[in-house]
Design a protein around this ligand. Structure first.
Ligand code: 6CS
Ligand code: FE
Length: 294
């Protein structure tokens, strides 16, 4: 037994998930917006909107001079990597679905992180300095693109990466136009105020399959019915260069893309430096650094 006051690394788990039985939804205990008006470029009404809905759409985040070159960046990055580099995630038919750590592989993507339309917003929303928890370029081809089933990113980052608090934000910047019909992201506005525990243990090496089709860490259908009855669904549409900022705990997903119109985006996840990762809360071992920086 350790003496009183001894340093024991027991971190309270306020968000139990991936157990063998269902757990009732848990009200979120952290704020959504941590910074104020004086802490960055977002005006109070945008901060209030993000707080309420869990997302914010910001057109003009990228200028045209960056959008064109960024569209070709995945191919350029892939040329410099071994074909079986684990940072490249492929569709079953071989086309690239995601490339992870693009900000460390491409000076152009690193430049995006540092833009005045990006970094100061992350700092303002999280009310602290921030670091990149995960970054990727996502590609969804026309005709054959497949989506992601409903999930909260925080649920995965908590269970598999040891992220204790909901104090991270994602910035997904469109490189192509998002229509309602080409597999664009759907969100359940307001769902970020509740943590929805998911049933089922994390398989070993879950990321080997979850990044193509996530099956563990998704809420059950009854839970999703209730959430959508209550909150509805919003869909992200917008021109290239538009950013969708969304809370780490917002439920979201996407359908498949049978249109000829491909989609791609740069996806950056910022975490507060006050919310660094610990041991996974519900997985056998931590995921690799290219999925969850430490
Ligand atoms: O694994 C991740 O970090 C992200 N990818 C998926 C498919 N679900 C959770 C999270 O969005
Ligand atoms: Fe996600």
């Amino acid at each position: 037994m350790s003496a009183p006051g001894a340093a024991t690394a027991i971190v309270e788990d306020r968000y139990p998930t991936r157990l063998g039985h269902a757990v009732e939804p848990i009200p979120r205990s952290e704020p959504v917006v941590w910074g104020g008006k004086a802490d960055g470029p977002l005006p109070p009404h945008e901060l209030a909107r993000f707080d309420e809905l869990g997302y914010l759409v910001r057109p003009g985040t990228l200028t045209d001079d960056l959008i064109g070159p960024l569209r070709g960046e995945t191919d350029r990055i892939a040329v410099g990597l071994e074909p079986d580099d684990p940072r490249i995630i492929r569709e079953p038919r071989g086309s690239i679905r995601s490339i992870f750590e693009p900000h460390l592989l491409s000076a152009l993507v690193a430049q995006v992180v540092d833009l005045d339309t990006v970094l100061p917003i992350a700092r303002q929303l999280l009310g602290s300095d921030v670091y990149i928890h995960q970054a990727r370029i996502n590609l969804m081809p026309g005709f054959t693109g497949t989506g992601f089933y409903w999930h909260s990113d925080f649920e995965t980052w908590h269970a598999e990466d040891g992220m204790a608090d909901i104090r991270a934000v994602s910035c997904s910047i469109a490189l192509t136009r998002n229509y309602p019909y080409n597999g664009s992201l759907m969100v359940i506005p307001g769902s970020h105020h509740t943590f929805y525990p998911c049933v089922g243990a994390t398989p070993d090496n879950h990321h080997g399959t979850s990044l193509v089709a996530q099956q563990v860490g998704t809420p059950d259908e009854t839970t999703l019915c209730k959430a959508v009855d209550h909150h509805g669904i919003d869909q992200f549409t917008g021109s290239p260069g538009t950013a969708l900022w969304f809370d780490a705990n917002l439920l979201h997903g996407s359908g498949s893309n049978i249109t000829p119109l491909p989609r791609s985006n740069v996806f950056l996840v910022f975490n507060s430096v006050d919310n660094r990762l610990g041991e996974p809360f519900a997985a056998p071992r931590p995921r690799p650094r290219y999925l969850a920086a430490r």
